[in-house]
Ligand binder design. Structure first.
Ligand code: NAD
Length: 256
C-alpha cells in the first residue's frame, strides 16, 4: 500500500486500453485515490463509470489546448479533493495523416498543434501544480523512444516528445525548491487509441518485441507499476529523469 492516504490527478484516460488506465490500476491497488480529467464530453461519458472505481470523484472537463482550461479545472479540483500528491499527464495528439510517410511533409498547423497539446500542456500543468500540491508532490508525463532515435512514421510526435523530455529537466529544476519532482516514463509501444494513429504500428510492436532483451512488448501493468514507483515516496530522491519502461529494447541496436 505504497500510496495509502495519497490523492492524485490522472489526465488522459480515454478508455480501458489507455496507458493512463494501467497507471490508475497500479495506483489503486496500492491505496491511492484519483480524480480524472477528460478532453471532451464524449470522453467524459466514456470514463465516468470507470472513474467511480478509483475514488468516486466527478470527472472534470479539460481540453488542454484551450487557454485557461487547465487553471479552471485545477481550481475546481482543489475544491473537490483538497491538495493533491501527484499528477499524471498522459496526453498527446497529432493529425494521424501526418504520422505516416516523410517527416518533412508535416504541416505548420499540425506541428504547432502537436507541440501545443503534447508538450506545452505539460509545462502549463507543471506551473499550476504548485497550487494543487502546496506540500510538494510528483509529476509524471509519458514519452517514447522516437524522441531519441528515428522510428518510422513517428514524425512530428518525435519532435513533441523530444521537447517534452527537455521540458522535464527544466521543470524539475524549476520545481525542486518547492518539493515537486518531475519525471517522464518512456514507454515501449502498446496498442491504444493514440498509438493506432501511427502508421504501421503493428510493425513497430513486432520490431520492439524482437529487439527487447525480455522478448516481449510492455503491458499496461509494466508501465503502471513503474509509474507507481516514481510517484511514491520510494522515489523521493529521483527527479528530472526519463525512465525507460520498454523491456530493455532501447538498449539494443541492430539484432540479427
Ligand atoms: P490514449 O489514446 O489512450 O490516450 C491519449 C489521451 O490524450 C486521450 O485520453 C485523449 O483524450 C488525450 N488528449 C488528446 N488531446 C487532448 C486535449 N486537447 N486535451 C486533453 N486531452 C487530450 O493513448 P495512450 O497511448 O494511452 O497515450 C497516452 C500517452 O502515452 C501519450 O502521451 C502517448 O504519446 C504516450 N505513449 C504512448 C505509447 C504507446 O505506444 N501507446 C508509447 C509511449 C508513450
Amino acid at each position: 500500500m505504497m500510496m495509502q492516504g495519497k490523492t492524485g490527478l490522472i489526465m488522459g484516460m480515454a478508455n480501458k486500453f489507455s496507458i493512463a488506465y494501467g497507471i490508475a490500476e497500479s495506483l489503486k491497488v496500492n491505496g491511492a485515490k484519483m480524480i480524472f480529467t477528460a478532453q471532451t464530453d464524449y470522453f467524459k461519458s466514456k470514463i465516468t463509470d470507470i472513474a467511480k472505481d478509483f475514488g468516486g470523484y466527478e470527472v472534470i472537463p479539460c481540453d488542454v489546448s484551450k487557454d485557461d482550461e487547465i487553471e479552471k479545472a485545477f481550481d475546481e479540483m482543489l475544491n473537490i479533493t483538497g491538495p493533491l500528491d501527484f499528477i499524471v499527464h498522459s496526453i498527446a495528439f497529432s493529425d494521424r495523416n501526418e504520422l505516416a510517410g516523410k517527416y518533412y511533409n508535416t504541416s505548420r498547423s499540425n506541428f504547432l498543434n502537436a507541440m501545443n497539446i503534447s508538450c506545452y500542456s505539460f509545462t502549463e500543468v507543471a506551473r499550476h501544480s504548485q497550487k494543487l500540491m502546496p506540500n510538494g508532490g510528483s509529476l509524471v508525463t509519458l514519452t517514447y523512444y522516437g524522441a531519441e532515435k528515428v522510428v518510422p512514421n513517428y514524425n512530428v510526435m518525435a519532435m513533441a516528445k523530444a521537447a517534452l523530455e527537455t521540458g522535464v529537466i527544466y521543470l524539475a529544476d524549476d520545481l525542486g525548491e518547492v518539493g515537486i519532482r518531475v519525471n517522464a516514463i518512456s514507454a515501449g509501444p502498446i496498442k491504444t487509441l493514440a498509438a493506432s494513429g501511427v502508421g504501421e504500428f503493428s510493425k513497430i510492436l513486432e520490431f520492439e518485441r524482437h529487439r527487447a532483451p525480455l522478448k516481449r512488448n510492455v503491458t499496461q501493468k509494466d508501465i503502471g507499476d513503474a509509474c507507481l514507483f516514481i510517484l511514491s515516496d520510494m522515489a523521493s530522491g529521483i527527479t528530472g529523469e526519463i525512465i525507460h519502461v520498454d523491456c530493455g529494447s532501447n538498449k539494443i541496436g541492430v539484432k540479427f
